[in-house]
Design a protein around this ligand. Structure first.
Ligand code: SF4
Length: 521
């Protein structure tokens, strides 16, 4: 029995039917289909043997690798099997992404549907489980880490109630060993440990994973140079992993027989190996050639920027040519955030770089068209309710969404959450929703309804179980459409909606144009 057990809640310990897009479903609250059915569709349990999962979240695997390297007795365990592994454990390490559903996607869903999102519910269930409570009574110490730990500062009573001993915020490779040693010896632990910039690991100090990561995710770099004010990633220094390190981690997934595919993780995969906002063709092409030799079942990207794609269309075409040799499409998360150049200048002045912030809407249009042409399917985010947002900004975002109608994509509007350098700003609440916000939300919903059947078809193409499982998602979408129609939203997927709100947009559009003329623009 190990001294240290690592785990994560059910919504994180899943490989989402080998489709990262489906992982978004964990952000939703209980809805039109029974919970059990929903969890099977969006976050089924991962395969495990004696409670040891076939794969685990990448961040947890990094901590596991670091602890093994330092000689600790550690094991990663599926949350449904914890009761068989906690008897003698002295420390339980828990990985969190969005433990209270306060992240942008889940808080937006929760505000609209007015229920606790699945990921928050499952995290609470994990903490309430009898095996953890019993182990806690006999002295188990609980340490929490992961991208979602900032939320514990907003829930101090939860930390007390469930006896969480230490929360680590930031990249923990250089500090986790020291904290674990203290925990094992029963010494006092810091309640909230923020990893300082001087403790951020260099590439050489980041160990390779030794066991498979969910959906073959491997990090190709950390940090981002664009500096958007609402983002916390930007606080970290930019580091790109050498190709050999990336391939070594892919080999771990292959060696254990888990995945011959990879999800390349970076804030902008197109910038791999670059020290600024211009892609490095040589490094990017070589990386893809090397990865694709191993990943015969295909690859995906975690994130990619529209500016990099718009800046280097020929390079993007070349990369797509390489990727599409093995697969019919690939996916990535893409931040649009706003269609307003003015708002872009205020909150994300370097998002379009080397283009100017004023060119942002056109950068989005061009980047999205290229993605459509070269079969990269983006799951795009928009931020709704930014502190400086005006009606004119919203109209420009609505216009942009209208322009993207023909682009194969999902567009997800997210309520503003105060993070990064905007962490002291106010949250956006559903009570602040104006007619224009509603219009934007409906526009995004219509966009997604328009494309969703096509995307479901692509997601499961080539899978032996497609005929069995695909109809479930189609039925789910029809149910959501039915509910939306019942709540007064007109479902018209071919023609733009004409509503009173649209006429308000026209009035405001005219006013904006008038202001522009008066200013000589
Ligand atoms: S480009 Fe993305 S990762 Fe980089 S700072 Fe902006 S939001 Fe954050």
């Amino acid at each position: 029995m190990p001294d240290i057990v690592l785990t994560a809640d059910r919504t994180l310990m899943s490989d989402y039917h080998r489709n990262e897009f489906l992982g978004f479903g964990t952000c939703a609250p209980p809805n039109v289909i029974p919970d059990l059915f929903y969890s099977f569709m969006f976050f089924p349990p991962i395969k495990s043997k004696d409670g040891v999962p076939a794969a685990a979240p990448y961040g947890l695997r990094k901590i596991e690798a670091q602890l093994l390297l330092e000689g600790f007795d550690v094991s990663t365990v599926d949350p449904d099997h914890l009761h068989r592994h906690l008897d003698e454990a002295k420390v339980l390490g828990i990985h969190v992404m969005d433990p209270f559903g306060l992240g942008p996607a889940s808080s937006t869903f929760a505000a609209v549907l007015k229920k606790e999102p699945f990921l928050a519910h499952r995290f609470r269930l994990l903490m309430e489980s009898s095996c953890i409570r019993m182990a806690k009574r006999r002295g188990l110490r609980i340490i929490v880490g992961g991208p979602g730990v900032w939320q514990f500062k907003l829930r101090p009573s939860f930390v007390e109630k469930y006896g969480i001993d230490c929360i680590i915020e930031g990249e923990a490779e250089k500090v986790i060993g020291r904290i674990m040693r203290k925990a094992l010896k029963g010494e006092p632990l810091p309640k909230y440990y923020e990893v300082g910039i001087e403790e951020t690991p260099s590439l050489e100090e980041i160990p390779n994973i030794v066991n498979p990561s969910i959906n073959g995710l491997v990090e190709i770099g950390r940090g981002c140079c664009r500096g958007c004010r609402f983002c916390s990633v930007t606080m970290r220094p930019l580091r790109w992993c050498p190709t050999e390190k990336i391939l070594a981690e892919i080999d771990v997934n292959i060696k254990w027989g888990y995945a011959r595919s990879a999800c390349l993780h970076a804030e902008d995969v197109m910038l791999y190996g670059s020290s600024n906002t211009t892609p490095n063709p040589d490094k990017l092409i070589k990386l893809h050639e090397a990865v694709l030799k191993r990943c015969t079942e295909g690859i995906s990207w975690s994130h990619c920027s529209l500016a990099s794609v718009a800046l280097k269309p020929n390079l993007f075409a070349k990369i797509s040519e390489l990727i599409l040799q093995n697969q019919p499409w690939w996916g990535a998360e893409v931040g649009i955030e706003t269609g307003s150049p003015e708002l872009a200048r205020k909150i994300m002045p370097a998002k379009a770089h080397p283009f100017k912030p004023e060119e942002w809407p056109n950068v989005v249009r061009i980047g999205m068209e290229l993605m459509h042409d070269y079969r990269l399917i983006p799951a795009c985010t928009l931020i709704v309710g930014l502190p400086d947002e005006t009606e004119a900004d919203l109209i420009k975002t609505i216009e942009l969404v209208e322009d993207l109608k023909g682009v194969r994509s999902l567009i997800v509007p997210l309520f503003f959450v105060p993070l990064g350098r905007m962490k002291n700003e106010s949250w956006f609440k559903e009570t602040h929703i104006t007619e224009l916000h509603r219009e934007l939300l409906v526009k995004c919903l219509m966009h997604d309804f328009r494309w969703i059947d096509h995307l479901i078809g692509l997601s499961f193409s080539g899978r032996w179980y497609a005929k069995l499982i695909q109809p479930l998602y189609t039925i789910f979408v029809r149910l959501v459409e039915y509910k939306a129609a019942k709540s007064g939203i007109t479902i018209n997927l071919n023609r733009p909606r004409q509503t009173q709100t649209n006429s308000k947009i026209e009035q405001l559009r005219a006013a904006v144009a008038q202001t522009g003329r008066a200013a000589g623009c």
